[in-house]
Write a new protein. Structure first.
Length: 228
C-alpha cells in the first residue's frame, strides 16, 4: 500500500509529467489510499476474478486470457451490472524509460506522506483542483514565470481542500524543447529475470504435475520454455 510497487515511483510519476509536457493531457493526477485503508472495490473485483479462474481449466496463455476475459463481460440478467472490460496478454512494453523518463533527470523525494500528486501547466492551476496562489509556488531558480511551466501540486490527503506543496518541475522552455524532440520509443524494455526459487520450483514441480495428469503436456512444455 502507498509504495513504489503501487505506481508511487520515479518512473510512473515522470511518465505522468510527460503526458502534460507533450500536451497529451492538460493535467494528470495520481491518488493513493493511505496504508491500511486500501481494501476497496478493486480488491473485490480481483477476488471475483480469482474465483472464476479457479472454476476453469486452461493449458495455454491464450486459454487463460479467454477465461479472464469471460469473467470481465457484463451479465445481462443483473440490474446493476459491471462495466465491460477486456483482458489481453501483454508480451512487450516500449522502452519509454530509456527514451524519455531517464532524460528528465528529475528525482522526487519525500513522497511517503503525499497521497495526491497532480501535474499541470501553470495556466491550468485552479481549473482542475484547489486554487494555488502564485505566492504558494516554489519557482525554478534562474527561470522567469511562464504560463506553460509544468507544475507539481501535492496534497497530504486526497480530500484536502488545499495542497501543502506546489512547485515548478520544468520550465516552459524545457517543455517546448522536449516536444520538438519527440520520437517514438526505440525498442522494448527488457524483461525482469525469473527468480532462482521460481525456476527451481517449475523445474521440479511441472514434470511431476504432468506425470500425475494435473497439467497437460502442453502446459508442461510452456512452463519448461520459461526456465530454459
Amino acid at each position: 500500500d502507498n509504495c513504489a510497487r503501487e505506481a508511487k515511483n520515479q518512473f510512473f510519476l515522470a511518465f505522468m509529467m510527460l503526458l502534460v509536457v507533450f500536451d497529451i493531457f492538460r493535467w494528470a493526477l495520481a491518488t493513493f489510499l493511505k496504508t491500511g485503508h486500501s481494501h476497496e472495490d478493486i480488491d473485490q473485483t480481483f477476488g471475483q476474478l480469482a474465483g472464476h479462474v479457479a472454476q476453469n481449466t486452461f493449458d495455454t496463455p491464450g486459454e487463460a486470457v479467454a477465461v479472464i476475459d469471460d469473467a470481465c463481460q457484463p451479465d445481462p440478467t443483473l440490474k446493476q451490472n459491471k462495466r465491460e472490460a477486456t483482458a489481453c496478454k501483454l508480451d512487450n512494453v516500449a522502452d519509454w524509460k530509456g527514451t524519455f523518463v531517464n532524460r528528465l533527470g528529475i528525482k522526487l523525494k519525500g513522497l511517503r506522506d503525499v497521497h495526491s500528486i497532480r501535474f499541470c501547466r501553470r495556466c491550468d492551476i485552479g481549473i482542475d483542483s484547489a486554487s494555488v496562489s502564485p505566492q504558494g509556488i516554489t519557482e525554478l531558480r534562474g527561470s522567469s514565470p511562464h504560463p506553460g511551466d509544468i507544475v507539481m501540486v501535492c496534497k497530504s490527503a486526497m480530500a484536502d481542500p488545499q495542497p501543502f506543496h506546489s512547485s515548478i518541475v520544468m520550465s516552459a522552455a524545457e517543455a517546448a524543447s522536449l516536444r520538438l524532440g519527440l520520437q517514438q520509443p526505440q525498442g522494448n524494455t527488457d524483461r525482469r529475470p525469473i527468480g532462482a526459487d521460481i525456476v527451481k520450483n517449475i523445474k521440479t514441480m511441472a514434470p511431476r504435475c504432468a506425470e500425475q495428469g494435473v497439467i497437460s503436456e502442453t502446459a508442461n512444455e510452456y512452463l519448461k520454455q520459461w526456465v530454459t
